[in-house]
Design a protein around this ligand. Structure first.
Ligand code: F6P
Length: 341
C-alpha cells in the first residue's frame, strides 16, 4: 500500500510523533510505502514529497513542529484540487492519504474525501476545539506552557503590586484559558464563549487589593470579547483563510484596567510559545496512538473518517461529523470556576 502523509494548518507539538508512528506501523510492520508531502496541501497539489523510511523519522518523537512543514491553503486552490482529485490520486499512486490537522484541514480532508481521495484524518490543535474527539494532542503541552507562565507571573505581579493580563491562544474555544487559568489559579479568566465584564474584573481586583492581596493575574483567550459597550474594542477583519485577525485583547484590556483602577498593569502575550517545543508525555502518547490507528484504518479501507479519543479508546468518526461543530467550553465547565468572568 502507498500512503501519503501531510501536516497542515498551524503546527502543534506532537505532529512529528504521529508521522513517526505512521512510518513505524506502515513501513516496518506492514511493508507499506509512505511518502510525506511538504508544506501541507501545497506539497500534495505541487507534487512535492519525499519517501519516509525508518531513518527519516528517527529521533523525532520529542521534537516540536513538523519535519514535513505546514501551510494553510486558499479555498480556490482546494476547490481546484477537488475538481482534479481522481487524476491527482492516480498520478501520485496513492492508496491512502493521511492529513493531520485542525478544523480547516479536516474540512479540506472531507472535501477531498467526497471528491474520491481515500482519506483517513488525524485531528490536531492546541485549541482542543474539535468536537468529535475528547482531546487533541498539542493541547496538554499548551496548557502546561501557559500554566507555568501564570505561576511565574504571580510572583513578579506580587512584588510590584501589578495586574498582569496574560493572553493565551484560543480563537473560538477557550479551553487553554480555562484549564491554564484553573491550574495556575488565575484570579480572572476570559473566554471567547462568553463576553466578559470589565466592571466585574475591576471589582475583583479592588476586592483583592482591599484585603491586602495587592496583585492579580487575569488569563484571557485571544478570541475573548468584552461585553458590548464596556470598553473600546472592535472586532478584527477576516483574513484570506477565513480567520478573524485579532485586535490584541491582552494589550487593550491591560490599558483599560490600568486606566480604571489606577493600578499598574502589564500585558503578556504568550502567542506561539504555546505551540513550540517538545510535546508532553500525554501528547506524545495520544499522537502515537492516532498514527497507529490511522494506518490500521487505511488497511481496513475505513476512509472518510478520522481517529478520535473517546474515554481511553481510539475510535473512528466520520469527517463530516468531526467538522460539523466546534468543541467550545460548555456552561457547566464555566460554572466550576468562579474566576470566569
Ligand atoms: O488554531 C490554532 C492556533 O494556534 C490558534 O490558537 C491561533 O489563533 C492560530 O492558530 C494562530 O495562527 P498563526 O500561526 O497563523 O498565527
Amino acid at each position: 500500500m502507498r500512503i501519503g502523509v501531510l501536516t497542515a494548518g498551524g503546527d502543534c507539538p506532537g505532529l512529528n510523533a504521529v508521522i513517526r508512528s505512521i512510518v513505524h506501523r506502515a513501513v516496518v510492520d506492514r511493508g507499506d510505502d509512505v511518502i510525506g508531502f511538504e508544506d501541507g496541501f501545497r506539497g500534495l497539489l505541487e507534487g512535492r514529497y519525499r519517501k519516509l523510511d525508518i531513518n527519516a523519522v528517527s529521533g523525532i518523537l520529542a521534537r516540536g513542529g513538523t519535519i514535513l512543514g505546514s501551510s494553510r491553503l486558499e479555498k480556490d486552490r482546494l476547490r481546484e484540487a477537488c475538481d482534479n482529485a481522481e487524476q491527482l490520486r492516480r498520478e501520485l499512486g496513492l492508496d491512502a492519504l493521511i492529513p493531520i490537522g485542525g478544523e480547516g484541514t479536516l474540512t479540506a480532508a472531507r472535501m477531498l474525501s467526497d471528491a474520491g481521495i481515500p482519506v483517513v484524518g488525524v485531528p490536531k490543535t492546541i485549541d482542543n476545539d474539535i468536537s468529535a474527539t475528547d482531546r487533541t494532542f498539542g493541547f496538554d503541552t499548551a496548557v502546561g506552557v501557559a500554566t507555568e507562565a501564570i505561576d511565574r507571573l504571580k510572583t513578579t505581579a506580587e512584588s510590584h503590586q501589578r495586574v498582569m493580563v496574560v493572553e493565551v491562544m484560543g480563537r473560538n474555544a477557550g479551553w487553554i484559558a480555562l484549564e491554564s487559568g484553573m491550574a495556575g489559579g488565575a484570579h480572572g479568566i476570559c473566554l471567547p464563549e462568553r463576553d466578559f465584564s470589565v466592571d466585574g474584573l475591576c471589582t475583583m481586583v479592588r476586592e483583592r487589593f482591599a484585603r491586602g492581596k495587592k496583585f492579580a493575574v487575569i488569563c484571557v483567550a485571544e478570541g475573548a470579547h468584552p461585553a458590548e459597550g464596556s470598553m473600546p474594542y472592535e472586532k478584527g477583519e477576516i483574513d484570506p483563510y477565513g480567520h478573524e485577525r485579532f485586535a490584541g485583547i491582552g494589550n487593550r484590556l491591560s490599558v483599560e484596567l490600568e486606566r480604571r483602577l489606577g493600578t499598574e498593569s502589564r500585558p503578556v502575550i504568550l502567542g506561539h510559545v504555546q505551540r513550540g517545543g517538545t510535546p508532553t508525555a500525554f501528547d506524545r502518547v495520544l499522537a502515537t496512538r492516532f498514527g497507529w490507528h490511522a494506518v490500521e484504518a487505511a488497511h481496513r479501507g475505513d476512509f472518510g473518517n478520522m481517529t478520535a479519543l473517546r474515554g481511553t479508546d481510539i475510535v473512528m468518526v466520520s469527517l463530516a461529523d468531526a467538522t460539523s461543530e466546534l468543541n467550545t467550553v460548555p456552561q457547566n465547565r464555566m460554572d466550576e470556576t468562579e474566576a470566569v468572568f
